[in-house]
Design a protein around this ligand. Structure first.
Ligand code: SF4
Length: 316
């Protein structure tokens, strides 16, 4: 199959737009993600903000793609997901940059962040890397809104999946991410990922960095504690206490939101309720990002709030 074929009638994500992305300009597009078949990349470089088994001591080799198939209204990376920041890059150029991260920076893995709308390019890149003997763990950092069919296509090119499980509440998913079907779609996607790779192998593989498996992430949203509590319960019921789970409290108001709750940070009381619930359920492999302490409002410059206009978006 030609690299570009899947873009002709694009159904790479559950939006199932069925549009032709082989157009020469973005103005001719009607797909939800708004991306043509030209690969666009916002940032390539070692990233130290992931969970310890992914970051290790030398960093995870981040490849941040422009655009997104989910486009949550509060996106923490809104510059690249909503505002199109990034540049058209040939596969050869991206290969060079990734090769440099592997050989020069000695990163532990290659970490594709929001790659699903460019999956055909990603699969070709992984093939090229392996042909050159650069066979690191390939991490797919995903929104959770993926179809089982697309994940089956990704199986041979992925080692680790880091899916979000954002919503248990369909109406919240509809309001904030325009996908009321998110809870069911994401649980089916996570089940497929676990069937392919199992739970994250960190701590079991004799290495402090992970080589294979699934780690699910949940970002606590301010004012939406019930959504978080029900999301953790759903994960526990579906996958059990052995599921590696990362609880994140890093939410920053990135752009003004109609929903007033989302214009603030997560309070310590909100975090405590969700954290206590996770502990009460008995998750055995819990990665926890505790809320930052300090004066309110918190500084907008934070390693969890990257500025992709800067040469090093994660510098602080
Ligand atoms: S990748 Fe983009 S165009 Fe393709 S189905 Fe998803 S949102 Fe639509």
């Amino acid at each position: 199959m030609n690299l570009l074929d899947p873009y002709k009638n694009c159904r790479l994500c559950p939006r199932n737009c069925g549009v032709n992305r082989l157009v020469s300009s973005k103005t001719d597009l009607s797909g939800f993600c708004g991306e043509t078949c030209q690969l666009r990349v916002a940032y390539v470089g070692p990233h130290f903000g992931e969970e310890p088994p992914i970051t290790g001591s030398k960093g995870s080799g981040g490849v941040f793609f422009s655009g997104c198939s989910l486009k949550c209204s509060y996106c923490q990376n809104h510059q690249i997901s909503h505002h199109g920041l990034g540049m058209i890059m040939s596969l050869e150029k991206l290969f060079e940059k990734v090769e440099q991260m592997i050989l020069k920076d000695r990163v532990h893995n290659i970490n594709f962040v929001t790659p699903d709308h460019f999956f055909p390019h990603v699969f070709d890149l992984v093939t090229l890397l392996r042909e050159k003997g650069l066979d690191l763990p390939m991490v797919y950092n995903l929104s959770g809104y993926q179809s089982v069919e697309t994940l089956k296509a990704a199986a041979d090119y992925a080692s680790i999946y880091l899916p979000d499980f954002k919503y248990s509440d369909s109406s919240l998913a509809g309001r904030l991410s325009k996908c009321e079907d998110y809870p069911g779609v994401a649980l089916a996607a996570i089940a497929e990922m676990i069937m392919q790779k199992g739970f994250l192998d960190a701590g079991h593989s004799g290495s402090c960095t992970a080589k294979r498996g699934v780690l699910v992430r949940h970002l606590i949203l301010p004012g939406k504690v019930e959504n978080s509590i029900n999301a953790l319960t759903s994960l526990f019921v579906e996958f059990g206490k052995g599921l590696p789970l990362s609880l994140m409290s890093q939410y920053h108001p990135a752009v003004y939101q109609k929903d007033e709750d989302l214009n603030r940070f997560v309070s310590e009381e909100e975090f405590d309720r969700v954290y206590s619930h996770a502990i009460g359920l008995g998750f055995e492999h819990l990665f926890v990002q505790f809320p930052e302490k300090g004066p309110w409002p918190r500084p907008r410059k934070s390693s969890f709030f990257p500025d992709f206009r800067q040469p090093d978006p994660f510098s602080s």
